[in-house]
Design a protein around this ligand. Structure first.
Ligand code: DCP
Ligand code: MG
Length: 448
């Protein structure tokens, strides 16, 4: 059996635990309402008012004026997350963390030691409550999809076991948005085909579902609506992307300013990749405009990379292609690397861009979204991704970049970056910054 454990209102609960004066109150953990911060987590008291993750803090305070805004303390959450994983490890070695606050556990091999999966679920939930003074919701079912769905069914403090004999009837009344990979846009698409609930999908043959909503997506949803999911719990799962993004205090139409911020983000992504000994082949740029329209542009390189210089050059090339539409004010810029490869014997790096794909991001439906939940702006995180969006990209084009453009990444550049990493490791991430950024920044500041 598979267990899915997900902490309730994770960041908010940790804050309430550590600051007893906040208990029982509506609290928001996240960015400042004065800037353009977003809600990372809301306590269940604040959720009653409709506050949820990824909502602008300012908007959250409009609907819940008494909410107390608390800054995130990432280090603490990472610490707590480690403690939770330690508890999991007492019951099975097969653990697949999805993020700081949730994980799949395959208990098939150890159930006999503890009396069964339900007993293990209770043991874990009780220990988290007693030892960490936090509440977790637990879902237990025969596969990952159902276990994750189950943990969400009775939140907070939920405990849901889906009997293998009752899968079809459990799923039948659920809305299609509960299915993994279904976001806002798919809901519309499914509604157009008169598919609102899992029962609607269950009543179709596989072929009919494929005709109605497409071969791949149709098959994917048809199987899920019947509770069929063959993914195994992967305890060696590595991060699938490293990304950083930044929302500006005000919409920015000064492209040089945006470039500077992008360079900083590239630097941060590069440093994280190098510290984790990861290399990725695909560079993804994200831009959100003042009207909230969001686009992603990506470029796949022939070799996996982690050098800031190459990330930056590729990102800048993608950004430059958007520049002609100047006048478009930008609200958010983000950069990420995906398509990781284990560092293999291919040491020789050829930095020619293979292809550049341009996707109009499916807001709320994109690959970063977790099953059944809308994608939110995750600032400064290393994304957890549960697979790729099944939706086709809206727009595709292929662009060639010259080898010369990217070959400027030399061994000496890598040496400089390694030295900067070492200084940052010793003196903090702000210790080293690029002269070019500083110059331009000072000039921009003095220009007002
Ligand atoms: N998080 C974030 N930004 C988001 C979503 C989540 O920073 N857009 C962070 C804060 C959350 C944590 O990740 O506390 C876990 O995310 P969950 O989706 O599990 O949400 P919560 O644990 O807060 O609530 P729930 O009780 O619904 O699981
Ligand atoms: Mg949670």
């Amino acid at each position: 059996m598979i267990l899915h454990v997900d902490m309730d209102a994770f960041y908010a609960s940790v804050e309430q635990r550590d600051h007893p004066e906040l208990r029982g109150l509506p609290i928001i953990v996240g960015g400042s309402p004065n800037g353009r911060g977003v809600v990372s987590a809301a306590s269940y008291e604040a959720r009653k008012f409709g506050v949820h993750s990824a909502m602008p803090t300012r908007q959250a305070l409009k609907i819940c004026p008494d909410a107390i805004v608390v800054r995130t303390r990432m280090q603490t959450y990472v610490e707590v997350s480690k403690q939770i994983r330690k508890i999991f490890a007492d019951y099975t070695p097969v653990i697949e963390p999805l993020s700081l606050d949730e994980a799949f556990l395959d208990t098939s091999g150890t159930e006999h030691l503890f009396g069964g999966p339900v007993e293990i679920g209770h043991l874990i939930q009780d220990r988290i409550r007693e030892e960490l003074e936090l509440i977790a919701s637990v879902g237990i079912a025969e596969n990952k999809f159902l276990a994750k769905l189950a943990s969400d069914l009775e939140k907070p403090a939920g405990f849901t076991f889906i009997d293998p004999g009752k899968v079809i009837e459990t799923l039948a009344p659920l809305k299609v948005e509960k299915l993994w990979g279904v976001g806002k846009r798919s809901v519309e698409r499914l509604a157009a085909a008169k598919l609102f609930r899992c029962s609607d999908l269950q009543s179709l043959t596989l072929e009919a579902a494929q005709v109605l909503i497409g071969e791949k997506f149709g098959s994917h949803l048809w199987h899920l609506a019947r509770g069929i999911d063959n993914r195994s719990v992967n305890s060696n799962r590595k991060a699938k992307s490293v990304s950083r993004e930044r929302t500006f205090r005000q919409d920015i139409s000064d492209w040089e300013y945006i470039q500077n911020r992008l360079l900083e983000l590239c630097e941060s992504v590069g440093a994280t990749l190098r510290s984790k000994k990861l290399k990725g082949r695909t560079v993804n740029l994200k831009l959100r405009f003042a009207d909230f329209r969001t686009i992603t542009r990506s470029a796949t390189l022939t070799e996996p990379i982690s050098t800031t210089q190459v990330i930056w050059e590729t990102a800048n090339k993608l950004l430059s292609k958007e520049m002609p539409g100047a006048g478009k004010a930008v609200r958010l810029v983000g950069i990420g690397l995906t398509n990781f490869e284990a560092a293999g014997p291919r040491q020789l790096m050829l930095f020619d861009v293979q292809s550049v794909n341009c996707d109009i991001e499916k807001t709320g439906d994109n690959a970063g979204a977790r099953p059944g939940k809308g994608a939110g702006a995750r600032h400064d995180n290393e994304d957890r991704q549960l697979g790729d969006s099944s939706e086709a990209s809206a727009e595709q084009s292929v662009v060639q970049a010259t080898r010369r453009d990217l070959a400027s990444n030399s061994a000496s550049q890598q040496a400089v970056e390694a030295a900067a990493d070492a200084i940052r490791a010793k003196f903090g991430s702000e210790a080293v910054r690029r002269g070019s950024t500083l110059d331009r920044e000072q000039r921009l500041q003095s220009e007002g």
